[in-house]
Design a protein around this ligand. Structure first.
Ligand code: CU
Length: 343
């Protein structure tokens, strides 16, 4: 069953993405078309995953039909017709019993073999893969390219080249999920997990969090943008240039986006999960323990590093600590940005 909008899954992804304001210019452009059950195959390993899926699917469907069919026939054929009627007793049949134990056991071994091969293939990246650090936090993803000196809130990658993701979380367990690539792996605090992919064609794909991680879980969306090599190089150069000639407040504004602050803080005065940053600097702030303080640089720094130290009245202590996540320059840039919102 195919529609203009692709599969049920692809449609759901599009709806979610639209609801969250995530604009995908070409969600399902790349690789093999979507099927009823699965989104398009947009990575080199996707066909291998889909083979395992469909193998188990058809075998299960076969068993279902054979078992339910037999049951239906037996129900009719061997129903009790007369009062007191009994079927003839069956004592056992060794051949049958060995058969129905051995055959499914062999099938399970076969499932394991193909599943394990696919698992290993997607866990061990090729040696020449480009490395990207993925950070998951409540409730956003950010990407750093250590070999290129660039960071971003969109995972931009060159088409036809392997990409290795080195992933970690700063708070709870998240799960990095790109259905179009058949990539899904837990992202855990204090540990690195690795997954890789190669997308042969340019296109855009949704990134989900597949581990329920609190309030904003369903909004924890991001995208992978696959572009050709030339476009990728241009993007890297642009990112570098952009972070060069900026004022500290402008750099802070970019960090505010790339470090996930926008998921919980607005800059236009409206409260979200956290207080707005508009007009914050210089304000008299009230805390849940009844104390107050004036918002200055030290307060802002502490709010970033140890958010639980002072919890703003009317809000829950939901902010992840950024200790170890931001270097001094970045903290300064963010503070300058927040100041600029009070001018
Ligand atoms: Cu999450």
């Amino acid at each position: 069953m195919r529609t203009d909008h692709g599969t049920v899954g692809a449609r759901a992804a599009a709806v979610l993405a639209a609801a969250s304001g995530l604009a995908l210019s070409s969600p399902a452009r790349a690789g093999k078309e979507a099927t009823f059950w699965l989104p398009p195959e947009a990575s080199t390993l996707a066909p291998e995953h889909d083979f395992v899926f469909y193998l188990i699917y058809w075998v299960s469907l076969g068993f279902f039909l054979v078992l339910m069919g037999t049951m239906a026939v037996f129900l009719v054929r061997y129903r009790q017709r007369r009062e007191g009627e009994r079927t003839s007793p069956i004592r056992g049949n060794h051949l049958l019993e060995i058969g129905w134990a051995a055959f499914p056991a062999l099938l399970l071994v076969a499932f394991f073999a193909v599943g394990f091969r696919t698992y290993i293939d997607s866990s061990v990246p090729p040696k020449d893969a480009m490395e990207v650090r993925v950070t998951g936090r409540k409730w956003s993803w950010s990407y750093e390219y250590p070999q290129l000196g660039v960071s971003s809130d969109v995972l931009e990658v060159p088409a036809g080249e392997p990409v290795k993701l080195l992933m970690s979380s700063v708070d709870v367990i998240h799960s990095f999920f790109v259905p179009d690539f058949r990539v899904k792996k837990d992202v855990v605090p204090n540990r690195y997990t690795v997954v890789w992919f190669e997308a042969p064609e340019p296109g855009e794909h949704v990134v989900f969090c597949a581990e329920y991680c609190g309030d904003g879980h369903s909004r924890m969306l991001s995208k992978v943008k696959v572009v050709d090599r030339a476009e990728f190089d241009a993007w890297v150069a642009e990112q570098k240039a952009a972070s060069g000639g900026l004022s500290s407040a402008e750099r802070g504004g970019k960090l505010f986006k790339s470090k996930g602050c926008t998921g919980c803080h607005s800059t236009d005065g409206s409260p979200m999960l956290g207080p707005t940053m508009k007009g914050l600097y210089g304000k008299q702030e009230k805390f849940t323990d009844g104390t107050t303080a004036t918002v200055d640089d030290n307060y802002l720094r502490e709010s970033l590093m140890v958010p639980a130290a002072k919890v703003v009245e009317g809000f829950a202590p939901q902010m992840p600590p950024y200790q170890g996540q931001l270097d001094d320059d970045e903290v300064n840039d963010l503070i300058d940005y927040i100041k600029s919102l009070s001018e």
